[in-house]
Design a protein around this ligand. Structure first.
Ligand code: PMP
Length: 440
């Protein structure tokens, strides 16, 4: 009997034994095409020697040192590299062990920023429906995923959730994309007026929504208007690039594609590419200086902050993304993936929308293409597709999410940036077969 506490206790998962490139192999020898990098993690694919060697070298030199006493060379080098490529004056880096930790740090930094400025009433977060920001309590409260939150409701702080920018479902007949983007952003202003802007500390959003909405991109101008509204009211903008950052959408920092600089930015997943558990929170010098010139102490922290081995791995990952020109490749291979998905599913009666950016693509399933009616959640379509795809040797990321019951099942694709053309064909073939089996 296994003593592991699995995520799904009713079905034992196979034992993964090795990984190479875009494939994982289990103990029975079965191969899986990793078309979602786990959950948008494995951007370099599996078994990358350069990253493995960098980690081994660091282990030989210094595995760990506590940030209560030390900084370390790999942490410094990683921070320098990230800041060199980050937009605007995002020039301070706080290294943690994953996405939820990065978001948790972001929320507490936002609160401490206002607190140290004497703005004690600012404690409310405004975020969006159908979003996910992590599973720790602050991050879970911030996310707008009803299913994940439901049973933990008594533990969660009160957060405002406005509609996301969701063109496929929420744009009105005849409304231009630009007008819709502004209308969607103005929902933030409306919510601020409802709750009192002087009580709000931050607005939180993913530039491209991943897990809960299947690669939902914002309309042009949406984030610029959001930035304006935040500035007008002295509210911090926290962008969560845990999934969409680190090249996934074709830019190292996805916010640069929206032409906005947040006050605080969270990254993870692709930062460690699966080789090490790591995440980071970046903040602007204005936010940092408030703490540095005030109490001089960010009242937050974990044992594994700035972990030298994790930082060495992440430094090797980011260097590989840049030195191997992998980010422009994301755009090229992403276009091929989009075209292949369009060719195969563009006319499909039950696929209402094909969306995304770079190698971050989503399909939204509908019972009726004309009315956009979603499937009955009881049918568990996303779960079925995930299971059948896995049986067919394909790892993808189907999920169901709702905004007031208006949306439904989708499939998220986030393959490694090294994906070859023939693997894109394999992906689409296997996905097609799995969707047909699930719909049958
Ligand atoms: N934010 C976003 C946008 C995510 O997609 C995730 C993970 N799916 C998280 C935060 C949480 O990251 P982690 O699972 O590494 O804690």
């Amino acid at each position: 009997m296994s003593h592991i506490f699995p995520r799904h206790t009713k079905s034992a998962p196979p034992v993964a034994v090795s990984g190479a490139g875009c494939y994982l192999t289990d103990a029975s020898g079965k191969q899986y095409l990793d078309a979602s990098g786990g959950a948008a993690v494995s951007c370099l694919g599996h078994g990358d020697r350069t990253i493995i060697d960098a980690i081994k070298n660091q282990l030989d030199t210094l595995a760990y040192a506590h940030t209560g006493f030390f900084t370390s060379e790999p942490a410094e080098k990683l921070a320098d590299l990230l800041v060199e490529h980050a937009p605007g004056d995002l020039d301070r880096v706080y290294l943690v062990s994953g996405g939820s930790e990065a978001m948790e740090a972001a929320l507490k930094l936002a609160r401490q920023y206002h607190y140290e400025r004497g703005d004690m009433n600012r404690g409310r977060i405004i975020a969006r429906k159908q979003s996910y920001h992590g599973n720790t309590l602050g991050a879970l409260a911030t996310g707008g995923n009803e299913w994940r939150r439901a049973q933990f409701a008594p533990l969660l702080m009160d957060v405002s959730h406005i509609d996301p920018c969701y063109e496929y479902r929420l744009r009105r007949e005849g409304e231009s994309l630009e007008d819709y983007g502004l209308r969607a952003a103005n929902l933030l202003e409306e919510e601020l007026q409802r709750v009192g802007p002087e009580t709000v500390m931050a607005f939180v959003a993913e530039p491209v929504v991943g897990a809960t909405a299947g690669a939902l991109t914002a309309a042009p101008g949406y984030f610029k208007r959001i930035r304006e509204i935040c500035d007008r009211h002295g509210i911090l903008l926290i962008l969560d690039e845990v999934m969409c950052g680190m090249g996934r959408t074709g830019a190292l920092f996805a916010c640069t594609q929206e032409d906005v600089v947040p006050d605080i930015l969270a990254i993870a997943k692709g930062l460690g590419a699966g080789y090490q558990p790591i995440g980071a929170m970046l903040c602007t010098s204005a936010v940092y200086d408030t703490i540095a010139d005030g109490s001089g102490f960010f009242q937050h922290g974990h044992t594994y902050l700035g972990h030298p081995t994790a930082a060495a791995g992440a430094h090797a990952v980011v260097s590989a993304l840049l030195d191997r020109n992998l980010i422009p490749r994301v755009t090229v291979q992403g276009d091929k993936l989009r075209r292949a998905l369009q060719a195969r599913f563009g006319q499909h009666a039950n696929i209402g929308d094909i969306r995304g950016k770079g190698l971050f693509m989503g399909l939204e399933l509908v019972e009726d293409r004309d009315t956009k009616a979603p499937y009955d959640p009881k049918r568990g379509l996303a779960g079925k597709i995930k299971k059948l795809a896995f049986e067919n040797g394909l790892i993808c990321y189907p999920m169901s999410g709702t905004i007031d019951g208006k949306s439904g099942d989708h499939v998220l694709l986030a393959p490694p940036f090294i994906i070859e053309d023939r693997q894109i064909d394999e992906l689409v073939d296997k996905l097609d077969r799995s969707i047909e089996q699930a719909l049958a």
